[in-house]
Design a protein around this ligand. Structure first.
Ligand code: MG
Ligand code: MG
Length: 270
């Protein structure tokens, strides 16, 4: 069942999304070598609750944390833990907020310190592919047009692996609603999108092969070849002329940049 949202409902979804975005911007300021992903999760939960939101993921089908935090070869749904992050790691932080009856959902992959050039490229290309998909999220396009755009940019252009087992989704009163929004597929196929549809577009892209497996915890999805994976997610509302992105990376990116400049100035002093 596909639900189309009213303008008022879309505004409420936007509020939830922007609290997710603000949370991820806090995370951007907090992340550095030595920090544990459990510390990140505790910070995120406090920030969300301090702003009168409820973490969407906590207890969702038994998921025990506020954020899915996935490091390096973990693609998505990683459990926060007590391992310290180190220089060169990449960390996907995925969070959801439930507020005023509606969910918001967004994810961002962060760099810890300086990355190897091939890992840096994986992050850049995966984020680009998200926006290639978002561009297609307009009235009268089909879900397959989004899928094709993501796959085209990542798999065909760069030889990366697009995860098949997990997909984006509709959202609103429920965290996961119809339709499914895959990151692979054919143009001109799938649901024809109408005004008021709200979907999470979330490329999950492996540097190596597309194959993944579930960790012993039953949740964490990892690449079979052990190579790193990246994940970015926006919640998007379908409109006539252009997509309306309800989440935002603006503050996340500003904080990320400010912190990397700080690192650069420290290293140039030493
Ligand atoms: Mg998410
Ligand atoms: Mg999602």
């Amino acid at each position: 069942m596909v639900y189309y949202k009213t303008t008022a409902e879309i505004e409420l979804i936007r509020k939830s999304c922007l609290l997710v975005s603000a949370t991820l911007a806090e995370v951007a300021n907090f992340l550095k070598p030595g920090v544990t992903t459990l510390q990140v999760d505790i910070l995120a939960e406090k920030f969300i609750r301090d702003h009168r939101g409820v973490p969407s993921f906590k207890n969702y089908k038994g998921f025990p944390f506020t954020c899915c935090i996935s490091v390096n070869d973990a693609v998505v749904h990683g459990f926060p833990n007590n391992n310290a992050l180190k220089e060169g790691d990449i960390v996907s932080v995925d969070a959801g907020v439930f507020m005023n009856g509606f969910h918001g959902d967004s994810a961002y992959t962060f760099a810890i310190g300086e990355l190897k050039p091939d890992v840096k490229q994986l992050l850049r290309v995966t984020k680009e592919s998200l926006y290639k998909g978002v561009e297609k999220a307009v009235v009268n396009n089909r879900v397959g047009d989004i899928a094709y755009a993501v796959q085209e940019h990542t798999e065909r252009k760069y030889g990366y692996g697009v995860v098949r087992e997990l997909v984006g989704h509709g959202l609103g009163r429920q965290l996961h609603e119809d339709p499914q929004v895959p990151n692979f597929g054919k143009r001109g196929t799938g649901l024809k999108m109408k005004e008021g549809l709200v979907i999470a577009i979330e490329p999950m892209i492996n540097m190596g092969r597309k194959d993944v497996y579930y960790d012993d915890d039953g949740w964490t999805v990892r690449t079979k070849d052990g190579k790193p994976a990246a994940h970015y997610e926006h919640t998007v509302c379908i409109q006539k002329d252009r997509p309306l992105i309800l989440s935002s990376f603006t503050d996340i990116e500003a904080n990320e940049k400010a912190n990397s400049n700080l690192d650069a100035s420290y290293s140039s002093m030493s």
